[in-house]
Design a protein around this ligand. Sequence first.
Ligand code: GLT
Ligand code: MN
Ligand code: MN
Ligand code: MN
Length: 386
Amino acid sequence: QYKPSREDKFTFGLWTVGNQGRDPFGDFVRPPLDPVRSVQKLSELGAWGVNFHDNDLVPFGSTLAERDRIVRDFKQALSDYGMVVPMATTNLFFHPVFKDGAFTAVDPAVRAYSRQKTMAAIDLGAELGATTYVFWGGREGVDAEASKDPVVAIQRMRDAINFFCQYIIDQGYNMRVALEPKPNEPRSDTYFATVGHMLGFIATLDHPEMVGVNPEVAHEHMSGLNFVHGIAQAIDAGKLFHIDLNDQKGPRYDQDFRFGSESVKSMFFLVKLLEDKGYDGPRHFDAHAYRTEDEEGVWDFALGCMRSYNLFKAKAKQFNADPEIQALLQDLNGGDQTYGGLLDGYSAENVQKLKDAQFDLQALAKRGYRYEKLDQLTIELLLGVR
Ligand code: GLT
Ligand code: MN
Ligand code: MN
Ligand code: MN
C-alpha cells in the first residue's frame, strides 16, 4: 500500500544515494556509486527520476569525448530503467577555486568562470531533459564580514540569475529556475538565508515568472523556522517549483537525514499541505544515509524516504476523512454569522458598518478553542491508534 511507484514522482540526487559518508572529522566510508547503478536500483525501488550536479555525472576535468561517452551510457540507463531527469544543477562549491563563492566571489575571474561552468551544466541538464534548474548558493557568503559589501553581493547574484534566465530563453530550453536558500554552512553566513529572502529577491529579477524556489527542510530548520509555513508562502506566491525533502534534529548543522525520520509531526503537515494543495512537482529527496551504512543501508535509506512520504500521505487522507477531527475543524472555522459581511472588501459602506458594529468582547474573550483536543487527535492519528 505504501510501496513507491512512478506516479508518486519520487526523485533522488545522484549525490544523495552516492554520498560516501565523508564528514569534517572522518574519511569516506563507502566506495563511489556508479550513476548507472543508482538509476537501476532507484528504479527498482519505485522512484521516478534522478537529479544531478554536472560533476556527479561528468567528473570535473573530463574531456569532451569522456563527457559524451558518459552521457550516452547514462541516457541508455535512463531509457533501460524508465527513469527521468527532472532537475539539474551546478557544483559551484567543491573545487578550491570556489572557496570564496562563485557568483558573489570577490575575484572577477572566479565569477566569470562560474558563469562558464554553469552554462555548460545547463546545456548538460537540458540534454538530459531537465525542466528545473536549481541554484543553491553553496559558498555564496562570508566568513569575514568586512570582505564584501552585502548589497553588491546581492546585485552580483541578481546579475548572474538574470544572465542565466536570458541564456535559457535564447537556447530555447524548456526550463525554469529554482533558487535554494540556506542560512550558513559551509560559509559562516550565506546570502539569501531563507525562503522568505528568496521570494523577496525573485521579485527584483528581469524574468521573475521563470524563477521560483527549491526549499529544503533541513535548511529552514537550521534557522529555527516553520518549514510548512515557508512552503505555504511559496505555494501562495506560485513559486514552489521544486522541493528538497529530508529531515533534521533542530537548528544545528545540515544533517540531511532520511525524510520523516525526526520531525514526524511537521513532516506530516508538510505532506498534507503538498497533497491538499495539489503540488505536482517532483518529490525530491536531498538526504543521505547515516555514515554507519554500507550500500545495502543506502537502499534501506532510499526506500525509507519514499515509504515515509506515502505513509504521511495516507495519514493526511485519514485526517481529512476523520469525522471527529473534521467536526472540530468545522466548528472552529465555521465562524459566527452575526458578523458576516464585516470582513468584506473596502468600501465606504463597509467602513461605516465596521465603525458602527458592536462586539461582545467578554464572550469573545471567554471562548475556548479546543486546540488541545484537536492536537491530541492529530497525535493519536499519527501514532496509529485512530
Ligand atoms: C548540496 C546541498 C544541497 C543542495 C544540492 C544542490 S548540493 O548537497 O547540501 O542542499 O540542494 O546544489
Ligand atoms: Mn538541498
Ligand atoms: Mn545540503
Ligand atoms: Mn541539507
